[in-house]
Write a protein that binds this ligand. Structure first.
Ligand code: ATP
Ligand code: MG
Length: 315
């Protein structure tokens, strides 16, 4: 559940009541590790200093960067980490809202800006029509961080409203309602980023391509880099296990040593096979292998469990 942030549910523009979108959930607990270069590029694009503090909150010339890379390499995780760091390091913005949308082929321009939706007015059970702002429009109006996932899946006509939002004007036009939306006087900083997966969807049209720069690739982090990410996630898995938490220091040490051993075997296997799985695939494979190993209570050695897991997961 999104934390109970104090958020207006609707605002008035002219004669119109506009209902605002809900914030997106952000996994609060994280085992994020590595990706220093990618984080640095994102931070610089958004005008953040090395402590993730805004250099200029009103800066409209910050860059709306684009993450690209194969599925499961950690694009979303990178955005979540940025949001966590910004909230943690900008005291007065510790509740800076986070909004996101996921592109798909059926999306229309109204889904990007304002949609007319029916609502039941209390008391009379009458249906009346209201305007509902998209998460993007809500982020423009009130400020916040906005993440557009799978941007290249949108049909071109739905991309058009993005142009004035991303070129310094920071505005959105709703063609169906004839309303311009712009940041409120007391709006929080607005930052935009997007992600796309090059193997699906189409190329972005030139005017959107140029407004979503720089491109930041999130690629295979190398065997050692991958192992570091897996170690972090698996250590978090262990800490969440009741059995581990309730055991004595000696047993805890043994479990950590066993984890290191399993990671070593994984590293050898990656080198021998020449595979470059995504972070998600790597996690699935090693979690499966460790579960198989546990099930067999040592009857099957870990290398065999890992081979089985590789075999069952694509490779
Ligand atoms: N730097 C990291 N540290 C720890 N875990 C990570 C890191 N990067 C990715 N992961 C883990 O890898 C998995 C996949 O990451 P994520 O969902 O961010 O990938 P993605 O590139 O957005 O994938 P898709 O293109 O399929 O949406 C998640 O379980 C995530 O927690
Ligand atoms: Mg993703």
């Amino acid at each position: 559940m999104v934390k109970d942030r104090i958020q207006e549910r609707s605002i008035k523009i002219g004669d119109h009541d506009i209902y605002l979108a809900q914030e997106s959930e952000l996994p609060e607990k994280s085992a994020f590790v590595g990706r220093e270069n990618e984080l640095m590029m994102c931070r610089i694009a958004w005008g953040l200093d090395e402590n993730y503090r805004f250099r200029n909150k009103k800066d409209l010339n910050n860059l709306s960067f684009r993450l690209y890379g194969e599925p499961g390499m950690g694009k979303n995780e990178l955005v979540y980490e940025l949001v966590r760091q910004i909230r943690k390091n900008n005291g007065e913005l510790k509740e800076l809202p986070f909004y996101s949308m996921v592109g798909h082929d059926e999306m229309a321009p109204e889904d990007m800006v304002l949609a007319v939706v029916p609502t039941e007015s209390s008391g009379h059970s009458q249906v009346r029509m209201v305007l509902r702002a998209s998460p993007l429009a809500t982020a423009i109006l009130n400020g916040g961080i906005f993440f557009f996932d799978e941007l290249n899946r949108l049909p071109e006509r739905a991309l058009a409203p993005l142009a004035p939002a991303l070129d310094g004007r920071g505005m959105l036009f709703s063609a169906s309602s004839g309303i311009w939306l712009e940041p409120a006087g007391n709006a929080l900083p607005f930052r935009f980023c997007c992600a796309l997966n090059p193997s699906v969807g189409s190329d972005l049209p030139g005017y959107i391509d140029q407004r979503t720069l720089p491109k930041i690739e999130v690629k295979y982090p190398g065997h050692i880099g991958l192992l570091e990410l897996l170690r972090s996630q698996l250590t978090a898995d262990l800490s969440a296990e009741n059995e581990y938490e309730n055991s004595c220091e000696e047993v805890k040490k043994q479990r950590i040593a066993e984890l290191s051993q399993h990671l070593e075997i994984m590293l050898e296997m990656l080198k021998n096979r020449g595979d470059t799985p995504s972070v998600r695939q790597g996690l699935i494979i090693i979690r499966l292998a460790r579960a198989l190993f546990r099930e067999k209570k040592g009857g099957l050695d870990f290398s065999n469990c890992l081979k089985k897991a590789f075999g069952a997961c694509v490779f």
